[in-house]
Ligand binder design. Structure first.
Ligand code: LLP
Length: 442
C-alpha cells in the first residue's frame, strides 16, 4: 500500500542544499530567517497539495465523498484559497472561520458549521452566507437554529452530532467521541431530537448523522466501529421514524508523525478501512451506500508546516540538563505544554550529525513548562543558529497567543524557490491596537 504524506515528519521538499543548509520548497531556510526574521512559520505548498491529492487518490473509488478541511487546524486566507483550489470544502467552528472562508471566496455550499455552543450571531452569519450544512450539537441549538432559519425564511440542511461512545488512544484533552464528552447528542437522545425536527422544526432539513472520535488517532478499528454505529443508527431511524437519511459525517482525526516512534496509518489505509466499513455495514443492513463527509485537519496541514527559531542563551545545569533557549515557545506552539506533545528539530545551518550534544530546547516565556523538545541531539547548538521544528502546521498558529505581550510570528508560503508572506508579523502597535484608556485615566 502507498505511503502518504502524513507519515513523513518533514515537508516533502526538505533537503540539504549544496552548502549543507536546510532547504524547504526550494528556499534556503537561513535566508528565510534573515529576510523575514524569527520565529517564523513556514508552509510548504507542495506538501499541502500532495496531502490533498493523497486524500483524493485514496478515496477515488468511492463516488460520494466530501472532504471538509477542519480549518481549526490552520485557518488563514491563503491556506483557505489553496485548500479550496484542491476541491475541498471546509469544517468551520466559529464566526471567524466562517468569515475567513467566505471572504476567501469559498463556495459556501461546501462549508459545514460545527460547535457545541454556537451563538445566535454565528448561526445567523452561517445562514446569511449560505453555509451548506450545520451540525447541530444539542437541543438548545435545534430550537435556536429553527427560529433563526424561520426569521430568514430559509430551510437549513443539518447533521445531528452524536457521541458514539468510542474510546480511542489519544491525549485525554483531544478525545471527543467518548461517552463523557461535552459534544453532541447521546445516542439515547436521538429519538427525541428527530421527533422535534419532524413535528416542530420545519425549517430544519435533517440530512444525516455526524460524529468525531478524537484527534491524532493511529488506530483504524475505531473508524470501523464508528461507521457501524452511524449506519446502524441511520437504519434504526428510518425504521422507527420513517425518516430516510443518506449522509454520514465521520469527522477527522487521522494522526501525523511528529517523532520517529509515531506510526500513523496512511491516508490510503484509512480510506480502505472507511470504505470497507461503510460497505460492510450497508450490506449487513441491505441499504444504499451513504454520502460520506470527512473532516481532516491535522493530517492535511501539519506536515507542510515548520517553525524557524533563532537560538539564544544556554544554561548547563550542574550535573543536569543543558537548556538551549529559542526566541519563541509556548505562545507560538502551546502543544508541548498543553498535551506533552513531542517534536523533531534540526539546526538549519549545520550538518545534521556532527558534534552531537543532548540538549533541551526551551522557549523564551516566563514559565518553566515552556519547553519545546526535551532531550534532543543537535550538532553543537550556538547562539545565532537557526532551528527548524518540524510538523508545526496544525494547531500552532491557530492556538497561538500573545502571552508575555509578544507579537505573533509571520507566516511564509514557499514553493519552487519563491517565498511569500501569508500572515504578517504583528507589530508592537498591533499589541496596543485594542487597548482603550478610559478618559478618566488620561
Ligand atoms: N471535526 C471535528 C468535529 C473536530 O472537533 C476536529 C478537531 C476535527 C474534525 C479535526 O480533527 P483532526 O483531523 O485535526 O484531528 N488542539 C488539539 C487538537 C484539537 C482537535 C479538536 N477537534 C491539538 O493541538 O492536538
Amino acid at each position: 500500500m502507498k505511503n502518504s504524506t502524513n507519515q513523513s515528519i518533514k515537508p516533502i521538499t526538505t533537503r540539504r542544499n549544496d552548502y549543507g543548509y536546510l532547504e524547504i520548497g526550494g528556499c534556503d531556510l537561513t535566508e528565510l530567517a534573515n529576510k523575514y526574521a524569527t520565529p517564523l512559520y513556514v508552509i510548504d505548498e507542495a506538501t499541502l497539495r500532495a496531502v490533498c491529492n493523497d486524500y483524493k487518490d485514496a478515496f477515488k473509488d468511492y463516488e460520494k465523498v466530501n472532504f471538509m478541511y477542519a480549518s481549526k487546524a490552520l485557518c488563514t486566507s491563503a491556506i483557505t484559497k489553496i485548500v479550496a483550489s484542491e476541491g475541498f470544502g471546509f469544517d468551520v467552528v466559529s464566526g471567524g472561520e466562517i468569515y475567513t472562508v467566505y471572504k476567501a471566496g469559498v463556495d459556501m455550499k461546501k462549508v459545514l458549521f460545527n460547535g457545541n455552543n454556537k451563538t445566535v450571531d454565528e448561526l445567523s452569519l452561517a445562514i446569511e452566507t449560505g453555509v451548506g450544512h450545520i451540525s447541530v450539537d444539542n437541543f438548545l441549538e435545534l430550537t435556536m437554529l429553527n427560529e433563526i432559519a424561520k426569521s430568514y425564511g430559509k430551510t437549513v440542511d443539518i447533521f445531528l452530532r452524536v457521541t458514539p461512545a468510542i474510546e480511542c488512544h489519544t491525549h485525554e484533552y483531544i478525545k471527543t467521541g467518548n461517552l463523557d464528552s461535552k459534544f453532541g447528542f447521546d445516542l439515547s437522545q436521538v429519538d427525541e431530537a428527530i421527533e422535534l425536527i419532524k413535528d416542530e422544526y420545519t425549517n430544519l432539513n435533517l440530512r444525516g448523522l455526524h460524529a468525531h472520535i478524537g484527534s491524532q488517532i493511529f488506530e483504524t478499528q475505531v473508524y470501523h466501529d464508528e461507521i457501524d454505529i452511524l449506519v446502524t443508527e441511520l437504519v434504526r431511524i428510518e425504521k422507527k421514524h420513517g425518516v430516510k437519511l443518506d449522509e454520514i459525517n465521520i469527522g477527522g482525526g487521522l494522526g501525523v508523525k511528529y517523532v520517529e516512534t509515531d506510526v500513523p496509518p496512511s491516508t490510503h489505509k484509512i480510506a480502505e478501512v472507511i470504505i470497507n466499513s461503510v460497505k460492510l455495514s450497508c450490506e449487513k443492513h441491505n441499504v444504499n451506500y451513504p454520502t460520506i463527509y470527512l473532516e481532516p485537519g491535522r493530517s492535511i496541514i501539519s506536515t507542510s508546516g515548520v517553525t524557524l527559531y533563532t537560538i539564544g542563551s544556554q544554561k548547563q545545569v550542574p550535573n543536569g540538563r543543558k537548556y538551549v533557549a529559542v526566541d519563541g515557545g509556548m505562545a507560538d506552539n502551546p502543544r508541548p505544554s498543553m498535551y506533552q506533545a513531542e517534536y523533531t528539530a534540526e539546526i538549519v545551518n549545520k550538518p545534521a550529525n556532527e558534534d552531537l550534544q543532548k540538549v533541551t530546547i526551551c522557549g523564551r516565556y516566563c514559565e518553566s513548562g515552556d519547553v519545546i523538545i526535551k532531550n534532543i541531539e543537535l550538532p553543537n547548538p550556538e547562539a545565532g543558529d537557526v532551528l527548524c521544528v518540524y510538523n508545526t502546521g496544525a494547531y500552532n498558529y491557530s492556538m497561538a497567543s500573545n502571552y508575555n505581550r509578544t507579537q505573533k510570528p509571520a507566516m511564509v508560503l514557499v514553493n519552487s524557490g519563491l517565498s511569500d508572506i501569508i500572515v504578517k508579523r504583528e507589530s508592537l502597535d498591533d499589541l496596543l491596537e485594542h487597548d482603550v484608556i478610559p478618559s478618566r485615566l488620561k
